[in-house]
Design a protein around this ligand. Structure first.
Ligand code: SAM
Length: 225
């Protein structure tokens, strides 16, 4: 069974998708979706040999070698436009790493722009949203969940004919999460507030020139409050 985190990400994969799961590790996500007939084709991309081998084993064990290709590749180098991928999942990495993978994929023309991106950054959500917004993506959905005392966010983005403008505050919190403000969201930001206040106090004690950093943290604190 998938973890709650991967299950939640899986829910955003459109029925019948041609899915590329980048940083797939054991290929749990594409295998589970294929076994449920939720996807028509899958690619599991892995850059590290060990997880790549695990993914291969998992796919073979489930009799899916003709339906899921496991590829040893860095980021979106696992796919070409000829693969006709309609959904990309990148889960369980830092948001900055996910952003860099997407940026390189864009530079190398690995993305047509028609794919749905389903992203689950462990940290660095703001940086990832910032990139999506800068690249003209619309954040079509977001989700927040708690599993094993960790809070995870899922960000779903697509390119639309008309771009949506987002405020810095929406990029910071997530436009949909900010709208919804559910219990987990409130708890996450209550926790962050305490941390940010501690950071601010130590910045103010610093003898370095941290004026810009102080401004930034003060802005965040105001938003959170
Ligand atoms: N996606 C799975 C999940 O969410 O449970 C696995 C997450 S695991 C923590 C991150 C995986 O991403 C590792 O297996 C790592 O080898 C892989 N990875 C890291 N950077 C990568 C890159 N540039 N391209 C492909 N895979 C990468």
């Amino acid at each position: 069974d998938l973890s709650m985190r991967l299950q939640r990400a899986a829910e955003y994969v459109p029925q019948g998708a041609r899915l590329a799961d980048i940083g797939s590790d054991h290929a749990y996500l594409p295998v589970a979706l294929m076994l449920q007939n939720r996807i028509s084709y899958g690619i599991a991309g892995e850059v590290v040999k060990g997880p790549f081998e695990s993914a291969k084993r998992q796919v073979a064990k489930n009799g899916l070698v003709d339906k899921i290709d496991v590829r040893l590749a860095d980021g979106l180098e696992a796919i070409t436009l000829a693969d006709d991928i309609s959904a990309v999942t990148i889960c369980g990495m830092g948001g900055v790493l996910i952003r860099d993978i997407l940026q390189r994929g864009k530079e190398q023309t690995r993305l047509s722009g028609n794919e749905r991106l389903i992203l689950q950054p462990n940290v660095g959500e703001r940086q990832l949203r910032g990139w999506l917004v800068q690249e003209g993506y619309t954040i079509i959905a977001e989700s927040i969940l708690e599993e094993n005392q960790k809070v995870y966010e899922i960000i779903v983005a697509e390119k639309k004919d008309e771009t949506t403008a987002y405020s810095a505050k929406e990029v910071f919190f997530g436009p949909h999460l900010l709208q919804e403000q559910n219990k987990i969201f409130i708890e996450k930001w209550q926790h962050k507030l305490i941390k940010s206040e501690k950071i601010l106090a130590s910045l103010k004690r610093s003898d370095q020139d941290v004026a810009d950093k102080i401004k930034e943290v003060e802005q965040e604190i105001t938003w959170i409050q």
